[in-house]
Ligand binder design. Structure first.
Ligand SMILES: [Zn+2]
Ligand SMILES: [Zn+2]
Length: 376
């Protein structure tokens, strides 16, 4: 079938994107779902920093590629052998497909699925190959989803079915920002009731981590960013203190305020200076967790002795170490009861044709979640 889709053909072009227009809305061909795959009509798709990282070249991917990965939609058609989804189901896309059979999947760590990681790196579906093309030219899938499109064919292992009667733009948030941010707090770091937490970087993932830490019962939840608007938003979300990391003595300020640092620090900006701050404000015996995706050549350095003499721990958290089938429905229920108000992340709604301007808005750092609402 013919679909309209947002295609990136070259990365690293200059901003503003409203002028350089790195993303083209093109009419391309979408093949029918193969065995184990599902055709979905995309209803809402968020602009995430990891899309921006592909556009600006800091996360190199094979091009051309159809972008977009934080999304919700409705099942239109299922391929052979698909039994858990049917036409009309509401679904949320997950950006790491999990095969269910490799060792990490068998251990209950689907975020680390090995065939899923390989397919995502190659820009293919986990079933092999691509379903997007223009004539003979193949177009890559972004992390198995490619949601800035009218329709998408994805593996059934990239979907979680939801029964909730909620707007699609709210459901979309759960596919990346919420599971990554909240999951980092509760699954990876396992923040304890009454503990002290700091979040460095207040994008969609950082604000989700902040809300997750509050929901987990941290007594102190500190927000750190370079953007004053974000710090204000963090206060409104319930941060107990905010610090601007443009201040050269931000580490000293946080260490003084907390009496030596926090038990759990989270780096969600994906840049080394943010990781430097997060590690430096982690107190003796504490845990620094990063969800960021910096350029593959970026290196984080730290005094090795602090790992031993201060018993510090550094952890990585991919997709919030989530089990999407378990966590997405749980977090949605918590949002509905007001315990995890992640729908407050939603800041702007735009159309598919406004996507380049949307990424300019995201790059300013003023907005948390900009969502493309797809037409009916
Ligand atoms: Zn994302
Ligand atoms: Zn697997």
């Amino acid at each position: 079938m013919k679909i309209r889709s947002a295609i990136l053909r070259s990365d690293g072009v200059s901003q503003p994107y409203a002028h350089s227009k790195p993303i083209h809305i093109e009419e391309i061909e979408l093949d029918p779902p193969q065995a184990g795959e599902v055709l979905i009509k995309i209803k809402a798709a968020s602009l995430c920093h990891s899309d921006l990282s592909v556009i600006n070249g800091s996360r190199p991917r094979p091009l051309p590629m159809a972008l977009g990965h934080e999304a919700s939609g409705i099942v239109e058609e299922v391929g052979e052998g698909v039994v858990n989804f049917k036409k009309g189901d509401k679904v949320i896309c997950v950006f790491v497909p999990s095969c269910g059979h490799c060792v990490p999947c068998a251990e209950g760590r689907p975020a680390l699925c090995e065939p899923g990681a390989k397919a995502n790196g190659d820009g293919t579906l986990i079933g092999g190959g691509v379903r997007l093309h223009t004539g003979k030219e193949q177009i890559g899938h972004h992390v198995g989803v490619s949601a800035f499109s009218e329709f998408a064919v994805v593996s059934q292992n990239s979907l979680v079915k939801v029964d909730e009667d909620l707007p699609f733009e709210k459901l979309a948030l759960f596919g990346c920002a919420v599971i990554t941010g909240v999951g980092a707090v509760v699954n990876t770091a396992k923040v304890q009731l009454g503990s002290t937490v700091a979040v460095v970087g207040l994008g969609g993932i950082g604000l989700s981590a902040l809300l997750g830490a509050i929901a987990a019962g941290a007594r102190e939840v500190i927000a750190i960013d370079i953007n004053e608007k974000k710090l204000q938003q963090a206060k409104e979300f319930g941060a107990t203190a905010v610090f601007n990391s443009k201040d050269s003595d931000v580490v000293e300020q946080v260490r003084n305020y907390t009496g030596g640092g926090v038990e759990y620090a989270f780096e969600t900006a994906g840049v080394v200076p943010a990781m430097d701050v997060a590690y430096a404000i982690t107190k003796r015996g504490g845990v620094t967790t990063t969800t960021g995706l910096p350029h593959p050549e970026a290196k984080f350095a730290f005094p090795q002795v602090t790992l031993t003499a201060e018993e510090k721990t550094i952890k990585g958290s991919y997709v919030g170490s989530c089990v999407p089938l378990r966590d997405i429905p749980n977090y949605i229920t918590m949002m509905k009861s007001g315990k995890l108000p992640v729908d407050r992340l939603l800041s702007n709604i735009i159309t598919l044709d406004e996507i380049n301007e949307g990424f300019d808005l995201l790059a300013t750092g003023d907005n948390s979640r900009i969502i493309i609402k797809m037409g009916d």
